[in-house]
Design a protein around this ligand. Structure first.
Ligand SMILES: Nc1ncnc2c1ncn2[C@@H]1O[C@H](COP(=O)(O)OP(=O)(O)OP(=O)(O)O)[C@@H](O)[C@H]1O
Ligand SMILES: [Mg+2]
Length: 275
């Protein structure tokens, strides 16, 4: 089965240019990669309705590494899925900016346009790796671009493969790779299209701490050295400390943010939230 992010769906596009929103109260001019505005997501209807997101506005800066944290059920995965165009929103907008600052409102796109956009402009790393078992590492890495009918840039492919230390594993299938190697393949797949943003949901959740650190080091390097934009959901304060900024959710609302987080400062805020 294809990873959900790369599945085909159907219908038509809307794109527009929007004024760049200011970034989370900071005075410095930072180019946004993603701007989420007044996002609400309600699952179900009537008595069983769950308001997973309740008016969330947040901007993820281009070339930044942001961690999303908060108690279980606070809406972290929902925010990520809505921001990545993997789930529909109940109200609000999600703007994805390209390198020239042109915005596309994902909530206005039809399924075909959204699928295409996800394959080339958004990278995904999931807790469960989501690699195709019958394909080699190399084939998994290039799959989204191939599905989009695009050819990977050979130099960039070589850079990504070497930075992730996958050169001698490219012919292996996922079941011939360790968990950490599988997650590095997933990272390579996410980066190959040079997407405007990489979303990672608990990317170290299935890894031991040493392997998890390698993946986090890589995500950090992809931001610092390759100019990538990364947004990562995590429960782990040590993982969050790899980010430039942590945003905290509680009950579907953005309640706090920490610039230049350390494991201690994150733990302290989480404790205050009762997480
Ligand atoms: N498909 C769904 N149908 C109904 N309710 C849902 C669905 N997905 C999520 N929810 C509810 O929305 C709320 C937010 O869920 P979400 O998965 O975003 O939380 P989370 O912060 O990622 O939690 P965790 O840390 O446990 O992964 C929860 O109350 C959850 O039960
Ligand atoms: Mg979650």
């Amino acid at each position: 089965m294809l990873p959900e992010a790369y599945e085909d769906r159907d219908s038509g596009p809307t794109t527009g240019t929007a004024a760049l929103p200011s970034v989370g109260g900071m005075q410095t001019i930072v180019r946004p990669a993603v701007a989420v505005t007044d996002l609400t997501k309600v699952y179900g209807t009537g008595d069983t309705a769950v308001r997973a997101l309740d008016g969330v506005s947040v901007t993820f800066a281009a070339g930044g590494f942001t961690a999303i944290m908060g108690p279980s059920g606070s809406g972290k995965s929902t925010l990520m899925h809505c921001a990545a165009g993997l789930d529909t929103v109940t109200s609000g907008t999600v703007q994805l900016f390209d390198g020239r600052g042109e915005a596309t409102d994902l909530t206005g796109l039809g399924d075909t346009a959204l699928t295409k956009l996800r394959r080339t402009r958004i990278g995904f790393v999931f807790q469960q790796f989501n690699l195709l078992p019958t394909l080699t590492a190399a084939q998994n890495i290039t799959l989204p671009l191939e599905l989009a009918g695009a050819r990977p840039d050979p130099e960039w492919y070589a850079t990504v493969v070497d930075v992730l230390g996958l050169r001698d594993r490219l012919g292996h299938r996922p079941n011939q790779l360790s968990g950490g190697q599988q997650q590095r393949v997933a990272c390579a797949r996410a980066l190959l299209a040079r997407p405007d943003v990489v979303f990672a949901d608990e990317p170290t959740g299935n890894l031991d701490s040493k392997t998890g650190q390698e993946v986090l080091d890589f995500l950090r390097r992809s931001v610092a050295e390759l100019g990538q934009t990364v947004v990562m959901v995590t429960h782990d304060p040590t993982a969050a400390a790899y980010a430039d900024r942590v945003v905290l959710l509680a009950d579907g609302r953005l309640v706090d943010e920490i610039a230049r987080p350390t494991a201690d400062s994150v733990l302290d805020r989480l404790k205050r939230l009762g997480a």
